[in-house]
Design a protein around this ligand. Structure first.
Ligand SMILES: Cc1cc2nc3c(=O)[nH]c(=O)nc-3n(C[C@H](O)[C@H](O)[C@H](O)COP(=O)(O)OP(=O)(O)OC[C@H]3O[C@@H](n4cnc5c(N)ncnc54)[C@H](O)[C@@H]3O)c2cc1C
Length: 467
């Protein structure tokens, strides 16, 4: 027997068997919650899966994978739904949604956390911070732990404690055959290596185990603002100042129109500004000394870099990346901020139109660069800075123009590109995925894909094709 789901013919017997054994929820297109569950973070993505399997646990994931195999439906996998190009939802596909899998268990003595695949960064932080601990993660609380970790995971404490994958101990995986395996540096070590940056290519991660690091509950952190017209001097000073920064210091530079937030002086609202946002994860007094030269440079128009709860700083960017707005990104790594790169950056930043566009330049290095390039699938450990040129509008209005701004700006940096972070790619095709990993690592990942997913069952992702 067959059923027609959203115009797709689905094997009714297989669907009944899936539903009979399923602990979570199967959402068909006529279900009242379908619209809610097909939505992802980037509002410009509007796709209609044939079915949404909202898994409650590993057994549901195994059932959903076997159902996908049996019916031949393409399979999309969703953790936190924050893929820039929307690679966690697809038209006419089976969407395996992990967002119900919210378990976090912290062992404060062993300093280890077990984290299920539907957990968001802010949820993990709240559990670990109860003990003054943290797992290195990213800078927006509603991002998914799963997708972020599988791509590498860069964030505020990475220069001191490494990437998310540098503190990863174990991943539980449901393979393309629906088998459950564990991957650690000792067990299925090849798979573990690939999961540390190779994305969702090798299976569905159902649980992660991280080492936790002591960060305490307070960091010295926040932005210092200057008018954007001062950016050529600010960036030249900044480049020299961070050149020999200690690992405790991590910074992100943002160019944007100043948001109407309480700590931004009213006369600046809507005016172009450059901000250097610092996060010092060490002794606060030492941090105050280290950050003093930045605060004293030129004539800052606002300075809210102060001691604050780690949880508050982790949420600082949330208002800039609200779910449902329209987003577009292009990214690249550069070795350093040369005069030419600085001038190009300022020239294009002054052309930002949308009041919502806010693009970060990430300071890399520190602990990230001290792990060997071949130790994980993550590539780009020697990057100096990561440009994540992003545009944002409230909806369709003005989106095309802002996207064009991104493309033009990104192209003008092309002579300086080195690597690119796979989690910051749009849907840019195989050549760009190869560039992200570099040819040697890409070949190694291809061989791994042939071993763990020879049919390319998991292909709605930054795909590493087995052939
Ligand atoms: C607002 C925002 C802030 C961000 N900040 C950072 C940051 O600070 N640091 C950083 O490193 N990155 C950051 N990113 C990029 C982020 O790492 C990627 O978008 C990442 O893919 C998001 O993971 P997710 O689980 O939310 O996404 P999803 O869209 O659910 O998944 C992304 C990809 O991973 C696959 N996937 C998801 N879960 C699994 C799983 N359990 N098993 C197998 N495959 C899976 C999906 O199929 C998809 O291909 C940010 C993105 C956004 C939108």
């Amino acid at each position: 027997m067959t059923a027609v789901v959203e115009g797709i013919t689905v094997d009714e017997t297989a669907l009944a068997e899936l539903e009979g054994a399923f602990r979570g929820q199967i959402v068909r297109p006529d279900h009242p919650s379908y619209e809610e569950h097909r939505k992802i973070w980037n509002g410009s993505i509007d796709r209609r899966p044939a079915l949404i399997a909202r898994c409650a646990g590993v057994a549901d994931v195994i059932g959903a994978v076997k159902f996908g195999r049996r019916t031949g439906l393409p399979v999309a996998v969703r953790g936190g739904g924050h893929s820039f190009p929307g690679l966690s939802v697809a038209d006419d596909a089976l969407l395996i949604d992990l967002s119900l899998m919210k378990g976090v268990r912290v062992d404060p003595e062993a300093r280890v956390a077990r984290v299920q695949a539907g957990v968001l960064l802010g949820e993990l932080d709240k559990e670990t911070q109860a003990f003054g601990l943290a797992a290195p993660s990213g800078i927006v609380t509603h991002t998914g732990v799963a997708g972020l970790t599988l791509g590498g995971g860069i964030g505020w404490i990475m220069r001191k404690h490494g990437l998310s994958v540098d503190q990863l101990r174990r991943v539980d995986v449901v393979t393309a055959n629906g088998e459950f395996v564990q991957a650690t540096p000792e067990e299925n070590a090849d798979l573990f290596w690939g999961l540390c940056g190779g994305g969702g290519n090798f299976g569905i991660a159902t649980e992660f185990e991280f080492n936790l690091v002591p960060v305490g509950r307070t960091v010295l952190a926040g932005p210092v603002f200057w008018p954007m017209e001062d950016s050529p001097e600010v960036l030249r000073f900044y480049r020299d100042w961070v050149a020999d920064a200690p690992d405790e210091l991590m910074t992100i530079v943002v160019h944007r129109k100043a948001p109407a937030l309480p700590f931004v002086p009213e006369e600046l609202h809507g005016k172009p500004v450059v901000m250097v946002i610092a996060c010092w994860c060490g002794d606060v007094e030492d941090g105050e000394k280290a950050i003093a030269p930045l605060k004293a440079f030129g004539k800052p128009v606002a300075d809210v870099c102060v001691p604050k709860p780690y949880l508050a700083h982790q949420a600082m960017f949330d208002p800039s990346f609200v779910p449902g707005r329209w987003y577009y990104f292009k990214s690249c790594d550069v070795p350093g901020l040369t005069d030419e790169i600085i001038d190009t950056t300022v020239e294009h930043s002054l052309k930002i139109q949308s009041p919502l566009t806010s693009f970060p330049i990430w300071q890399m290095g520190g602990a990230v660069s001290r792990v060997g390039e071949d130790e994980t699938a993550f590539n780009g450990r020697n990057a100096g800075f990561t440009y994540n040129i992003g545009a944002s509008t409230a909806d369709e209005a003005g989106f095309d123009e802002e996207r064009e701004w991104v493309r033009t700006f990104w192209s003008s940096l092309e002579p300086h590109f080195t690597t690119v972070y796979v989690n910051f790619l749009m849907d840019e095709g195989e050549d760009r995925v190869r560039q992200a990993y570099g040819p040697e690592k890409y070949d190694r990942l291809k061989a791994l894909k042939r071993r763990w997913d020879p049919d390319n069952f998991f292909r709605i992702n930054q795909n590493i094709s087995p052939t």
